[in-house]
Design a binder for this molecule. Sequence first.
Ligand code: PMP
Length: 401
Amino acid sequence: VFSNVQTAPSIEVFALTEQFKKDSNPNKVNLTVGAYRTEECKPWVLPVVKTVEAQLAADDTLDKEYLPVTGLPDFCASAVAVCFGEGHPMVLSQRADGIQSLGGTGALRLGYDFLRCILGRDTIYVSKPTWGNHKGIAQQCGYPNVREYRYWLASGRCLDEQGMLEDLTAAPEGSVIVLHGVAHNPTGCDPTPEQWEKILAVIKQRNLFPLIDLAYQGFASGDLDRDGRVPRLFADHNMEFFVAQSFSKNFGLYNERVGNLAIVTQSAEITGRVKSQVRNIIRKTWSNPPSHGARVVATVLRNPALAAEWRENIKRMAERIVLMRQMLFQKLRALGTPGNWQHITDQIGMFSYTGLSAAQAEYLRTNYAIYIMSDGRINMSGLTSKTVDRVAQAMHEAVTK
Ligand code: PMP
C-alpha cells in the first residue's frame, strides 16, 4: 500500500533547526526559527504566564471536561478585545466575535475552509514573499487558484506599492486577500498608514475579501494598540473581514496552540450565523480546542494588573529586538560591509530580511555555524550582544568574499 509513497519535501525551518542541534561548533548560532530568545539566547516563559500557570494549577474548580467547540468564551471575548481595543463599537455591537483555534495556523485554516467550503471562493492571494504556510494551507484547503500579489521591491528594499495595488486591482471580484496585519513575515516591512488606506480602498472597490493575519501584535512597536491599527482601520471603514490571531509569539505560548479567528460582519446576527458554520468545521476537524493556553490568556486579559504586566513583558521583548537591530547595523557599518544596511533598523517585528542570498546563507552555515533561512531571513532575537560581532563579521565575509 505504501511502497510508492515518496518522502515529502523537508520543512526548511525545522530541517535547519535539526541540523543546528547536531552541529558540534561551540559558537553556533540559530537565527532561523520564529521564536523569541533572551539575551542569554534562551526561550523565555513570560513571568506573567508562570504566575498564572501556578494559579491555575492550584485551582481545584478547574477540570478537564471538554470546552465548547467554539472555545473558552472568556478567551474569545478577550482575544477580540485585544485585536480591536476594549470598548470598540465593533466589539460592543457583537459584530465582531471570536472563535478559538489551534494557534494562528488553525485560525487561518478555519478562515480559508469557511471561505472555500461555505462561500465557494476559489481564488486566494498571498503576498510575494510570504510566510510559507499561507500558500500551503490554501493548497490543502483545495483552492483552485493560489496567487501572489507583488509586495517586496528588492531594488529599493521597500514595499512595491504600485505593484501591490495593480495586482489587487486586477484580482477577480470576491478573491480572498491574505494580508499581514503587522510585522510582515519575512520582510519586516509594513505598509505605511497612507498605503494601508490605498490598499483598503482597492479591496473595497474591487469587492475582495480581506483575511488579516495578526501573528505578531505587540512585536512591531511593543504596543498592542499601535500594532492593532490595521484590523481597526478595516473595522472603522465598516468592512467585513476575518482576523487570524496568534498568541504564540506575544504570550510565548508556542506549543500550547492558542489562536482565535475574529469574524467581522455587518451585524451581530450574521456574525452568529458565520460562527455557527465555523463551529461545525471545527467539529469535523479537531472537534474541541485545548484549554490550558486559552485559560492562561483569558486569566491574564481579564485581570488589569496581570494584563499590564503582560504589556510590560511584550515591551521588553520588542525593545531587545530593536537593540539587536541597532547593534548589528552599527557593527556592519563599522566593518565597512558593502551595501546599505539601513533596512536592518528600518524593518520591524521579529525578523530581518537581510538581502543575503541562498549561497551566502550557506556560507554562514558551513563556515561559521550561523544558521539563517535560505531567503536571507534572520530572527533578530536569536542574536545577543555576545554573538552579534561574530554574526556581523560572518555576514561581512559572506558579502565580500
Ligand atoms: N502567520 C505568520 C505570518 C507567522 O509567522 C506564524 C508563525 N510563524 C503564524 C501565522 C502561525 O502562528 P502559530 O504558531 O500561532 O500557528
